[in-house]
Design a protein around this ligand. Structure first.
Ligand code: ANZ
Ligand code: ZN
Length: 819
């Protein structure tokens, strides 16, 4: 008898699926479709444990849907532009493409070994000119629609990577990639107008409720940051009117001063001549303060009086106007009415500058005028003219009503979301397809000249960060004829943020080899949107928000027919070791390759999926790939037994032992619900139960020749195939079927086999039998007791005696002790 050997089994099936295109979607209109997608990998070295986990999870869904008879599209590609390749190229004096495509080759063969059910004919790489041609084409479509524009403004700058960053790439004031503290720089940069979509990005999340992790939805909601309040006009003596944005128009009577963002142009427009020098000095000093410090609550408040006074539109009061850094230039109107009694930042400023504090909402808290602690609870308005006695939303509505009547304010909405800064001063990205002409201005590169390919003569040190794009050095490349006037002109030398590439790749997959069109619209209509997307929570805002924006914009351009790209989202957990994320500095890394060599692909995949629910972290120190391997061998031996002693394939299972058939059908039935719920680990536990029940029947029951054993073993092969494709394929062949198990038919559950096991229990009073019931075997103690209590015979026997004690023996009896 052959022993289970993962190495021999892997060898037998190596290349089988790819060579036979087992996982190519038929797209023949015969069957309903499902589109499963894993976030595509970045080609930094070989696959690691994190990839192994994420792809194992996605594969469960993909393989399950295939077994359920769906035509499944499950593609793979590489997010292959980006900084690491460029840094590697500088270090090795090479071209980024060399490093990138070598890593892709390594990862590709690892993916093939890992047995992921992908269609290898649809592969794409975002750094291929055939792909980025369309990234550029989309840039121009957005440009045509006014959704791409260039502006000069202070931007986030990473001093180490020497490039600008989007707001989304600044995490706690640092570059999300290298951790360097981000500074500000005034630069002319390209933006996508994502703010135009803020409200739709927010509203459409309602439909994702329950389908996306709540955590991701909340992170996106917070990032979009909708706030509702009022825009209020203050007239300025000897100056232009100022508008302020406030969420608390009910506190208008407590506005004892105003503050303008010191770095906003408004501050310069407003400042009285005698204060201009002071303002300039303050602004200079600001340049050295990071955004994070500016917003920090415990930093002492600083500012400059602008020498101006505003008039409160409701009270008519005259209030001084200050400039400070705690007000941000690019939020709301860049100016506020300060209400120190009810806003702590304003309170701190008032105390620092000796400005008056006036309580206008009386609450249970101590008077802020005395304590210096702003009060924020709900209460009743005081010192507030017509607003006196009102509270909360009533006071807010009334204030807005009064402002509207005077024409000095209105209800308004603000979003924290900012436009997406997409240009980068780096080499390894899609060149921005714009030509700058002294005569014609910005000229889009005509379609027929796309792609604007990267020059291939730059490498090594020429790519070193210099604060301007390395493409500036490619003079032959940069200097071109203007497409409009044929005069001398220059290409834009910035490249696009790689998040632009990944914002639309899921659409390209439906026709990734189409050289003439970005996608085949019919195919995209048939396949899109993605039914199940799988990837890490680190993309909660960046990639997922950008993709949602792209989808909506493309819908508005009538290029796609759906408005949300990913119907369901699964965030797999991390793989830890010893309770901590694997890292070089901790020295707790686990090399995927070594694990695969030691235990085989199947056991590692099984271990990943069995360890915990997919959203939870897996601690590699707590799991046992050796136990997984043992289980796989046990499952495999059942197929071997059926091969040697069992009935032929396609034998009617109806004559098989009923007990095992009931177990099989019950487990398949449960599995369907569990898989819809993404409880993959529980599915594996059920599979283990089925293996045990079947083994028992083979060894101590009806034997391997019973048709129920074949039926159960075939189901086991299918369930095993969700995580352990090599073992499952081998089992399927031993069971006498043509490969592939992936294309086999899912068992149709026979409802008559689902009846729960019934058992007989008895009810006693003082140890004497009084009644009997047929109940489900797994009845709870409470239900059993209630059933016995309600029995007529039992009640008659107890009569008016006191029940002193009730003894419940699960599965057997209930005894009432009375007297
Ligand atoms: C008066 C007031 C009284 C305020 C009060 C709050 C409490 P959210 O909810 O985040 O939208 N604000 C407005 N623009 C600002 C800017 N550019 N920089 C810093 N702060 C700004 O916050 C809106 C509130 O933040 C506004 O309401 C304003 O202060 C402040 F008891 O106005 B409030
Ligand atoms: Zn021109």
């Amino acid at each position: 008898r052959e022993e289970y050997s993962f190495a021999a089994i892997e060898q037998r099936w190596a290349g089988y699926w790819e060579n036979n295109k087992v996982f190519q979607a038929a797209d023949d209109g015969q069957r309903p479709r499902k589109y499963v997608l894993d976030m595509f990998p970045y080609p930094s070295g070989d696959l690691h444990m994190g990839h192994a986990e994420a792809f194992a999870m996605g594969d469960v869904v993909s393989r399950y849907w295939m077994l359920r008879g769906y035509d499944v599209l499950h593609p793979i590609g590489w997010d292959s532009f980006g900084l690491p390749a460029e840094n590697a190229a500088i270090a090795r004096d090479a071209h980024p493409a060399e490093w990138t495509y070598a890593n892709i080759a390594t990862q590709r063969s690892s993916f093939a070994r890992y047995g992921i059910s992908v269609d290898w004919d649809t592969v794409l790489h975002t750094s291929d000119p055939e792909y980025y041609r369309w990234t550029q084409w989309l840039f121009l479509k957005f440009y045509e629609r006014g959704l791409t524009y260039r502006k000069n403004s202070p931007v986030n700058w990473c001093p180490k990577d020497q490039t600008v960053l989007a707001n989304e790439q600044v995490v706690d004031g640092a570059c999300e990639r290298c951790g360097t503290e981000v500074t500000k720089k005034a630069l002319e940069q390209w933006y996508f107008k994502i703010t135009e979509y803020a409200e739709r990005l927010l509203q459409d999340m309602d439909a994702l409720e329950g389908k996306w992790p709540e955590r991701v939805l909340n992170m996106q909601r917070n990032w979009i940051g909708k706030s509702t309040g009022a825009t209020v006009q203050f007239a300025i003596e000897d100056g232009p009117d100022i508008e302020v944005y406030t969420t608390r128009p009910d506190t208008l009577y407590g506005a004892t001063f105003m503050v303008v963002a010191a770095d906003a142009e408004l501050a310069q427009q407003l400042v009285a001549p005698e204060q201009a020098t002071a303002l300039e000095a303050y602004r200079d000093q600001l340049k050295h303060v990071s955004d994070i410090d500016r917003q920090s609550a415990d930093r002492p408040k600083t500012g400059v009086f602008l020498g101006r006074y505003g008039i409160n539109p409701l009270s008519g009061e005259r209030v001084p106007v200050w400039a400070s850094d705690y007000v941000l230039a690019d939020y709301g109107t860049g100016a506020i009415m300060a209400v120190p009694a009810h806003d702590q930042r304003d309170m701190d400023f008032a105390r620092a500058m000796d400005l008056p504090v006036r309580m206008v909402v009386a609450t249970d808290e101590e008077n802020p005028e005395d304590t210096g602690v702003a009060t924020t609870q709900a209460g009743s308005n005081v010192n507030s003219g017509d607003l006196d006695g009102l509270s909360g939303t009533e006071a807010i509505s009334k204030a807005i009503e009064l402002l509207e009547a005077k024409g000095t304010g209105y209800q308004s909405v603000n979003y924290r979301l900012r436009d997406w800064l997409l240009s980068r001063q780096r080499f390894w990205g899609a060149p921005i397809p714009i030509i700058h002409c002294a005569t014609c201005g910005e000229v889009p590169v005509p379609d027929e000249q796309l792609p604007v390919e990267l020059p291939n003569n730059l490498h090594g040190q020429q790519l070193a960060p210099k604060g301007k794009s390395p493409l500036e050095a490619a003079e032959d490349w940069a200097h071109v004829e203007c497409p409009t006037c044929a005069g001398p002109a220059k290409r834009d030398t910035d490249t696009m943020d790689t998040f632009v590439d990944s914002s639309w790749y899921y659409m390209r997959f439906v026709s990734s080899q189409n050289a003439d069109k970005i996608w085949d619209r019919d195919k995209l209509d048939r396949w899109g949107p993605v039914d199940q997307y799988v990837g890490g929570v680190e993309h909660a805002i960046l990639h997922l928000l950008y993709s949602r924006f792209f989808t909506k914009a493309l819908y508005d351009m009538d290029l796609v027919s759906f408005t949300e790209p990913f119907t369901r989202l699964l965030n797999q957990g991390q793989v830890l070791n010893g309770g901590k994320a694997m890292s070089k500095s901790l020295g707790n890394g686990v090399a995927l390759g070594e694990q695969l060599d030691a235990f085989g692909v199947d056991a590692i995949r099984l271990t990943m999926v069995f360890a915990s629910p997919p959203e939870d972290d897996v601690d590699w120190a707590d799991v046992s790939p050796a136990a997984s391997l043992k289980f796989l061998a046990r499952a495999w031996r059942l197929a071997q037994d059926v091969q040697q002693l069992g009935v032929a394939p396609n034998t009617d299972p109806a004559g098989g032992v009923v007990g095992l058939r009931q177990t099989t059908h019950k487990i398949v039935h449960e599995t369907e619900a569990l898989l819809d719920d993404r409880k993959f680990n529980v599915v594996i536990a059920r599979t283990m139960e089925l293996v045990n029940a079947t083994r028992k029947e083979v060894d101590n029951g009806a034997g391997a020749g019973d048709p129920a054993v074949r039926e159960a073993t075939e189901v086991i092969a299918q369930l095993v195939s969700l995580v352990a494709p090599y073992t499952a394929e081998d089992m399927w062949a031993m069971l006498g079927h043509e490969p592939s198990v992936a294309r086999s038919q899912w068992l149709t559950v026979d409802d008559t086999l689902l009846v729960e096991d019934q058992i007989t229990v008895i009810a006693q009073v003082q140890g004497k039998l009084r009644d009997r019931f047929e109940v489900p075997a797994d009845i709870s103690e409470e239900d059993l007791e209630a059933l016995a209590r309600n029995s007529d015979n039992v009640q008659r026997s107890i009569g008016d005696q006191q029940i002193r004690k009730i003894i419940v023996v699960p599965g057997k009896l209930v005894n009432f002790v009375v007297g």
